[in-house]
Design a protein around this ligand. Structure first.
Ligand SMILES: Nc1nc2c(ncn2[C@@H]2O[C@H](COP(=O)(O)OP(=O)(O)OP(=O)(O)O)[C@@H](O)[C@H]2O)c(=O)[nH]1
Ligand SMILES: [Mg+2]
Ligand SMILES: [Zn+2]
Length: 300
């Protein structure tokens, strides 16, 4: 007999309905398709919900959503925030030698996570292609305290280190299309069968993964595969907080002459002095400046 109600985590959200993995009161691992009660009910991957069978429409529907710990959004092609996943402990930003890494994107992801008090991990995938071209940036990130893991999802090199880093938390995979996010999920969860695709001129710019999907790793860890992004920016409402997202710049700001220093043109700026002295990466500083300018444009 079917359970008539239960609770669980949303594995994927399809606009009109959601796929829920039921908690232990239902058979282990069983999934339930639920419809939404009203148009206003907006549910995302990672939400914790309770559901109930409705004999009248011969299916389950979502009764209620638990309050979210956080919500990760991305900016869609029209510049509007679009929810990706909820209740995330860690953002794992994936880069690879191919397609060419966008370090500004990595910085903005890291800053966005920092502002939401979410841990960040950098995964450098496709290490089998050779990491000479990205070595310098990886070492620069390590120096400022970002956890970096070198991986080859295809061969499994580095997979044990990644598994250890993911233990006990829910991690969202983000990054450009084609860096191998779904391949990483398939390496970690062999029964996942997430769709992956070769990067070719025909599909360049197209996303193989189109909706976020939650996968259980063990009793208390999970990984979420998400569509690739071209661009990402932390919410513009956090203008004044932009600096906090750049850990090394934030640490230096106590030494600036003005305590509201934006580290742009202000005199007596400890951050600019550190850049000139080579103590802060000029590229990271440029990344910070781009974000400040973007915010100024969005919210003058
Ligand atoms: N050489 C090499 N290729 C890899 C590795 N991991 C993944 N790939 C390849 O990279 C291509 C893209 O992989 P996907 O997993 O589809 O990339 P994705 O990040 O999920 O892309 P979107 O879903 O579009 O965001 C595929 O052809 C994979 O086989 C690796 O470790 N080494
Ligand atoms: Mg994918
Ligand atoms: Zn300053």
């Amino acid at each position: 007999m079917k359970d008539t109600s239960g609770s669980g985590v949303v594995l994927a959200s399809y606009g009109r309905g959601v796929l829920v993995q039921a908690n232990s009161d239902a058979p282990a691992g069983s999934t339930v398709r639920c419809s939404l009660k009203g148009r206003k009910q907006r549910i995302v991957c990672g939400d914790r919900v309770s559901w109930k069978y409705q004999p009248t429409n011969d299916g389950a529907s979502v009764e209620s959503i638990e309050p979210r710990r956080n919500l990760i959004e991305r900016i869609d092609s029209r510049g509007r925030p679009e929810p990706v996943a909820a209740n995330i402990d860690r953002l794992a930003v994936v880069v690879a030698p191919e397609p060419a890494a966008d370090w500004y994107l990595v910085d903005r992801y890291w800053a966005g996570a920092q502002l939401k008090d979410i841990a960040t991990l950098l995964i450098i995938n496709k290490s089998d292609l050779g990491l000479e071209g990205v070595r310098e940036e990886i070492e620069a990130y390590r120096r400022v305290g970002l956890h970096c893991i070198e991986l080859a999802a295809r061969s499994g090199t580095g997979l044990d280190e990644l598994r250890a880093a993911l233990r006990g938390s829910v991690t969202l995979l983000v990054g450009q299309s084609g860096v191998g996010k779904s391949s990483i999920v398939n390496a970690l969860v062999p029964q996942a069968a997430a769709q992956t695709s070769e990067l070719t001129r025909d599909n360049e710019g197209k996303h193989t993964t189109t909706t976020a999907r939650w996968y259980r790793l063990d009793a208390d860890s999970a990984i979420v595969d998400a569509p690739g992004v071209r661009d990402f920016a932390p919410p513009a409402t956090l203008v004044r907080a932009a600096e906090r997202g750049f850990v090394e710049i934030h640490a230096l700001s106590v030494g600036c002459r003005f305590n509201d220093c934006r580290h742009m043109e202000e005199p007596g700026c400890a951050v600019r002095a550190a850049v000139t002295a080579g103590q802060v990466s000029a590229r990271r500083y440029e990344s910070y400046r781009r974000l400040v300018r973007l915010y100024e444009k969005l919210a003058p």
